[in-house]
Design a protein around this ligand. Structure first.
Ligand code: NOJ
Length: 761
């Protein structure tokens, strides 16, 4: 029996080698039947093995557990006690571990190979926050396709993305990995990313160039108190249902095959042991039939939280709560068999988890061909292909946001100008790769300097001004900024003085955001603010190009610097994208997916806030909701982003003034390109439910549309609002649509809109 199974796999392997793109025809029933047949042969140990995931042997993305030595991992692999590995990459390496699983274990069940393919594998796209700034779902999807294409060519068949955590706190370094502060935009991005990774249909998942996606971190992780990584989360039901959960639901609806739980607690219960989240909502209410992976060591960390006395109790709580696969806790593999044998864990819980895991493995086609993703030819041709570079360049350009452009300083003239390019980040080929780029090679980004050097009509003089960091920045260590060495100032000032325009590239190192990269100041670190002010003294004609993985608070720059370009960390093609935007070969079209505060004291700051009872200064005294020392509005609002051209909006019109529930509300607006360049505009629609059974936000994004307009051209945009947009979740998680007055706001940014009103009966 055992032999037959192994032989069958080998035959499939042979067939599949000759027909890599052939789709398996297995239907859902077929798969369920196969799972049942296979499970009938599995011992308890083998079942528990499927629920165990080990890290590979070199890339480390979390604190190393003491148990984790290679010899033990190999031993467990051979026994069939490992269902998945993470951070094993490269066809040779994946093939080697897969071969053990397939050929040396009793049942030959293939491994599912996970990896943090967050914004690309080798050819990197912009960081996810930047991509969200494109508001272009085709571009976001394409970027995920490139990531899947390259990862799958390297043996990987599962990514730990997309991260769909909403966050309002720029101190939290992981905002770089999400889509920002808004659940509506976040939901669209979540769906686009899932489809980009997995394909449009379930059948696409078995193609050799798609991989399973993972919606993470379920749930609430983006609300870590004070933006401190791994910290406590405390939120209302209203925030949970209306802000946090919608992007997860969108990922589920887009067919995401796995979820990852999170490090935080919710109502005092760690997410890994949280039955309400995993069983009631995800697997219950939403009917999710894929599997849940824990985050790294999060079963064990429940002991540190004080929620379980030892690994055994932690395992009991995690499996009962619906965590199906254990990432690097060494908990399930050591405890679950005992727990079942002692009658503390019902076998049905194990069976359910294993079924879910096997289901995804079947859907990926791993049982047809365990080496489906181990194709040396694809590895050689797909990774770093020209097409992938072109695709990420396209996304990178679209992700740039023009924050300010006084006196039309931008675009730069292409000839006859003396340009000084200043800032260590301008020549940096490493930082633009961002934080989550484990598989990519250091120093492989096109720098801004290299990008600008391609425009030969101007004279370009580069000076770093000051080093950005001291030593080498890495994924595992804190970044140390230069705060003392000013030796480059004089040369930079001289270059600036002689220049017509100064382009300064300043911001954070790529390793200053991402996991475990919380900051208590969100300014320009190191000497950069000082350098900026020094240069400004000799030449105020400055274009500030920002590189950062989170919103920064730059009040001085916002007040003094005439042109500011938000260029994030744009990945491999950074320099080309920035240069094309600076020189006007691409007219910027990005819009902020997160509010940029005036100072840190405003954080958390977000556009979809509640009104409060005292929103305005009605009596001209202090008794209203405000700060005494700074305006309460952000420096740059959610949805803000300029173009080199200008757009004029007509007053929005609704087709009626009164609607009955269920009827579609149609809102029309006419947009005209009134400037001197062809351009693209993201028209945004927000609503406010003015009287409701719960206080509702003053604005909620409920529609957006990208419009391309040639100079002088006008187009009419029609937005449709249905019950899907007009309702909200009550405190029990029920979606309700309430009659009453609604305001509608249409415009170019959350803080630049025109409004109308209608009634819903
Ligand atoms: C911990 C992170 O929180 C998670 O997002 C990531 O996927 C895992 N480590 C694996 O690297």
């Amino acid at each position: 029996m055992i032999k037959t199974f192994t032989v069958a796999i080998s035959m499939f392997t042979l067939c599949a080698v000759h027909s890599q793109t052939q789709m398996p025809t297995q239907g859902k029933q077929d798969i369920e039947q196969k799972i049942n047949t296979l499970m009938a042969k599995m011992t308890l140990e083998e079942k528990v093995g499927q629920m165990n995931q080990y890290n590979g042997f070199w890339d480390v993305t979390g604190p190393s557990p003491k148990e984790g030595n290679a010899a033990l991992k190999y031993e467990h692999l051979r026994k069939g006690w490992v269902g998945s590995m993470l951070s094993v990459r490269g066809v040779k390496e994946v093939r080697a571990v897969q071969k053990i699983a397939v050929e040396e274990t009793r049942l030959g069940i293939p491994l599912i190979i996970g990896f943090d393919v967050i914004h690309g594998y080798k050819t990197l796209s912009p960081i996810p926050l930047a991509e969200a700034a494109s508001w272009d779902m085709d571009a976001v999807k394409r970027s995920a396709q490139v990531a899947a294409d390259e990862a799958s060519a390297s043996g990987i068949n599962w990514t730990f993305g997309p991260m769909v955590d909403i966050s309002r706190d720029a101190r939290w370094g992981r905002v770089m990995e999400g889509a920002g502060e808004d659940p509506y935009l976040g939901s669209k991005v979540a769906a686009a990313r899932v489809q980009g990774f997995q394909g449009d249909t379930k059948a696409d998942l078995a193609k050799p160039n798609t991989i399973a996606a993972c919606a993470k971190h379920f749930a609430g992780y983006g609300f870590a108190e004070a933006g401190r990584e791994y910290n406590t989360v405390d939120m209302s039901n209203s925030t949970l249902y209306n802000i946090v959960l919608p992007p997860f639901k969108a990922a589920k609806d887009a067919g995401v095959r796995t979820f990852m739980n999170s490090f935080n607690t919710l109502n005092g219960i760690p997410a890994t042991g949280n039955s309400f989240l995993q069983r009631d909502i995800l697997k219950g209410k939403w009917g999710f039939d894929g599997f849940v992976i824990t985050d790294w060591a999060s079963i064990r960390e429940m002991i540190t939280w004080g929620f379980a006395k030892d690994r055994k109790e932690a395992s009991l709580k995690a499996v009962s709560a619906g965590a199906d696969m254990d990432m690097e806790s060494y908990a399930y593999v050591n405890e679950l068999v005992k727990l079942v044998n002692e009658g503390k864990v019902d076998i049905s819980l194990i069976d359910d988890a294993v079924k879910r895991i096997l289901r995804v493995k079947y859907e990926l086609g791993l049982f047809d061909d365990p080496y489906r993703y181990c194709n040396e030819k694809r590895e050689k041709t797909v990774i770093n292909s020209k097409a992938n570079h072109e695709a990420v360049l396209d996304v990178a350009k679209k992700s740039i946001v023009l924050l300010k452009n006084d006196n039309h300083l931008l675009p730069l003239k292409k000839t006859g100008q003396k340009i000084a390019l200043i800032g260590a980040l301008a020549a940096d080929k490493n930082s633009p790769l961002g934080s989550w780029r484990i598989a990519s090679d250091d120093n492989t980004a096109v720098s801004v300097l290299e990008g600008m050097q391609q425009y030969k009509g101007n004279s370009l003089h580069y000076e770093k001004g000051a080093d950005l960091i001291v030593g080498k920045a890495t994924f595992l260590d804190e970044v140390v900024y230069n705060t003392t060495d000013r030796s480059g100032y004089e040369a930079a000032k001289k270059a600036a003085k002689e220049a017509d325009v100064v382009v300064m590239v300043l911001g954070e190192h790529g390793f200053s955001s991402g996991e475990a990269r919380s900051r208590t100041s969100i300014d320009l670190p190191g000497l950069q603010q000082e350098l900026l002010e020094e240069i400004y003294k000799v030449n105020p004609n400055i274009v500030l190009v920002l590189n950062n993985g989170r919103p920064l608070a730059l009040p001085w720059a916002a007040a003094h610097i005439p042109a500011i370009v938000e260029a994030w960390q744009l990945g491999t093609e950074t320099g080309n994208a920035v240069a094309q935007v600076l020189y006007g070969d691409y007219n910027p079209s990005g819009k902020l997916p997160m509010s940029f505060p005036r100072n840190l004291g405003q954080v958390p700051i977000y556009y979809n806030l509640l009104n409060t009872g005292r929103p305005v200064d009605a009596d001209k005294n202090v008794f209203w909701s405000h700060y005494s020392d700074v305006e309460k509005t952000p420096q740059f609002a959610f949805g803000h982003g300029l173009s080199y051209t200008t757009f004029k909006y007509s007053a929005p019109k609704a087709n009626k003034t009164t609607y009955t529930k269920g009827e579609a509300v149609k809102i029309q607006v006419n947009i005209t390109n009134t400037g001197a360049y062809d351009g693209k505009e993201v028209a945004q629609l927000y609503i406010q439910d003015v009287t409701a059974s719960l206080a509702r936000p003053i604005k909620e994004l409920k529609g957006f549309e990208m419009v391309s307009l040639k100079k002088g051209e006008s187009k009419t945009v029609t937005f449709t609002l249905t019950d899907n947009e007009l309702g909200f979740y009550d405190n029990n998680g029920n979606y309700i649509v309430e009659p009453g007055i609604f305001k509608v706001f249409v415009g170019t940014s959350s803080d630049d809109v025109q409004e109308l009103e209608f009634e819903l009966k």
